[in-house]
Write a protein that binds this ligand. Structure first.
Ligand code: NPW
Ligand code: ADP
Ligand code: MG
Length: 274
């Protein structure tokens, strides 16, 4: 397993060309946040916008609109009970699942509408719904971001066996579509067609609800905007920067809040842009 280093940030984060506009940096659709878990979609969106996605729309329960806008007026909203197919088809990147509760209907609609050229990130409750209902993965460019229990649910590799890299790799190989797998834990592992990678930074100051929702949002922001590097590299850079910022915050803080990580992203990214 290759160890991720800071070098991935120099490779991926580039100074922006002057001849560009918001459309250049990608359109992200976030589908998540039931009434109970609205914070998850808000944290997705904060991370996507702060990491540089050009346009972010959040399809969520309408009870979350005001809270989302008060944190992030940059985001657009749509009621996730409305007809979503035109939204799904017109976005470059779809992030589904954070705080999605039991909305299997939304997972099915999204999987059916997404096309092969779009990038889809599946997180949180959507992973649990895929596993519980034996859904077939869509043939989009797919990234999944399970924590260890979610990975157990979707891959059948028990948490106690997940230390074995070969088992995780072979479980991934048996999916109908081979996704980039971000297996989150202390020292997160990333499984790709080009090998597996290990994060060697980060720590338990990150163990706060919303930390994974924030990572999923950063991944969306990175894959939406960086078009000169591979999808694999963009995901690796997103995973690295999430914990690098946490490490920096942890020098002064006992816990590192997800929203603090998002707030720091633009400043942290600046030093790598060349
Ligand atoms: N503010 C918001 O709106 C927030 C909304 N959120 C949203 O809530 C949804 C549910 O997400 P979830 O992860 O909380 O619940 P679930 O999928 O049932 O997994 C938990 C079960 O797995 C077990 N477990 C074992 N290992 C584990 C591990 N490494 N990491 C984590 N758990 C581990 C664990 O064991 P236990 O803690 O009981 O020991 C428990 O039995 C999801 O969509 C998410 O986006 C959250 O982001 C929070 C903030
Ligand atoms: N002890 C730890 N050390 C390093 N990172 C951690 C630790 N505990 C949690 N994390 C990180 O926090 C995030 C948790 O993701 P997840 O459980 O999906 O959170 P949530 O769904 O509440 O947003 C992952 O990125 C994980 O790697
Ligand atoms: Mg999660």
């Amino acid at each position: 397993m290759k160890k991720l280093t800071e070098n991935i940030l120099y490779q991926v984060i580039k100074k922006r060309p002057e001849q560009s506009y918001k459309g250049t940096y990608g359109r992200v659709l976030i589908i998540g946040g039931t009434k109970q878990f609205g914070g998850a979609a808000i944290m997705n969106a904060l991370a996507s916008v702060h990491s540089g996605a050009g346009l972010v729309t959040v399809a969520t329960d309408p009870s979350n609109f005001t809270a989302l806008h008060s944190h992030l007026p940059e985001a657009m909203v749509v009621n996730f009970n409305d007809y979503l197919i035109p939204y799904i088809q017109s976005h470059d990147v779809i992030l589904i699942g954070s705080g999605l509760g039991d909305r299997l209907d939304l997972v099915k609609t999204t999987f059916a509408a997404v096309s092969a050229k779009q990038i889809m990130i599946v997180d949180g409750s959507a992973l649990t719904l895929v596993a519980a209902n034996h859904l077939v993965w869509p043939t989009s460019r797919l990234i999944i971001t399970p924590h260890q229990m979610e990975w157990q649910r979707v891959s059948d590799v028990p948490i106690s066996q997940q230390t074995f890299e070969a088992l995780n790799s072979s479980a991934r190989a048996h999916f109908n579509v081979k996704p980039i797998v971000v297996l989150k834990q202390f020292h997160t592992q990333i499984y790709t067609d080009n090998g597996s990678f290990e994060l060697t930074i980060g720590g338990p100051y990150q163990a706060t609800g919303g930390m994974g929702d924030t990572l999923a949002g950063i991944i969306a922001g990175f894959v939406a905007q960086f078009s000169n590097t591979s999808l694999d590299d963009n995901v690796l850079a997103a995973v690295y920067i999430h914990s690098a910022i946490a490490d920096e915050l942890a020098q002064q803080s006992f816990v590192t809040l997800p929203t603090q990580i998002s707030a720091k992203l633009p400043y942290f990214m600046k030093k790598y842009a060349n």
